[in-house]
Design a protein around this ligand. Structure first.
Ligand code: ATP
Length: 232
């Protein structure tokens, strides 16, 4: 792993606790694939909580010309690129699903860049007076990022529904969707390791009610931390 931020990456390449220039409370939002994380994130942003989506950052850091893409090409060759020079995501996914060590290598290349962008955005949000910020991190526990966050919220949904949603959204077979889900830590374990669990097991109206309750908890945190910015 490349020490982009020596103050953030430890010698073992593991991430350390976040910067003191972050908002007073940084909340990690995670869950299984297609469990409804982004929907919960959107509902929270509608309640005026800033939300950072790390999957968007992960796409940005591998755009053509960016150093993470160059490192991926160095590691895996130009065959991971499409003819227009962009990353062939489907191919990467197949590589990730086929071989755990390849997956580890890809993550070791991409995650530090994602972390660096997240860190910059968190510092900007803190500087503009935000006390409570949500960060959606799909693979939060898998990446070992749990220690960065003051609280972790996990969205849990019935697995057959997630598999079906995933297969439909990504236009892939149920088999491939199940393989993708199987390489992640189970929803049950993620829920146990979290501070707050949102059970997304009914319709969107029911989910909205649950997110409204969650927003009340977060607003309480916000009022407690006002004037206490940057101190954890
Ligand atoms: P990914 O892991 O792919 O990023 P995600 O966990 O962020 O997915 P969403 O994108 O929020 O999941 O939801 C997946 C799909 O399921 C979306 O089309 C969303 O509208 C739908 N969805 C989420 N929750 C519900 C619900 N309770 N009822 C109906 N549809 C839902």
């Amino acid at each position: 792993m490349i020490p982009l931020h020596s103050n953030i990456l430890s010698k073992k390449g593991k991430f350390c606790k976040g910067s003191s220039n972050w908002p007073a409370k940084v909340i990690g939002l995670t869950g299984g694939i297609a469990s409804g994380k982004s929907t919960v994130g959107r509902m929270l942003s509608e309640q005026n909580f800033p939300v950072i989506y790390t999957d968007k950052l992960a796409k940005e850091v591998v755009e053509p010309g960016k150093p993470a893409l160059e490192e991926l090409v160095k590691a895996f060759g130009r065959e991971i690129l499409r003819s227009n020079g962009t990353l062939d995501r489907r191919r990467m996914l197949e590589m990730i699903l086929t071989d755990a060590s390849t997956r580890q290598l890809i993550e070791n290349i991409i995650h530090p860049y994602v972390f660096k962008r997240m860190d910059q955005i968190l510092q900007q949000l803190a500087a503009s007076g935000n006390n409570v910020v949500i960060v959606e991190v799909p693979l939060l526990f898998e990446a070992g990022w749990q220690d960065f966050f003051d609280y972790v919220i996990t969205v849990v949904a019935p697995e057959p529904i997630c598999t079906k949603r995933l297969a439909e959204r990504k236009k892939m077979s149920i088999d491939m969707a199940s393989r993708w889900m199987a390489i992640q830590i189970s929803q049950e374990v993620k829920a146990k390791r979290s501070d707050y669990v949102v059970h997304n097991n009914a319709g969107l109206d029911e989910l909205q009610i649950k997110v409204n309750d969650l927003a009340k908890v977060l607003k309480h945190l916000d009022s407690k931390t006002s004037g206490n910015q940057g101190k954890k």
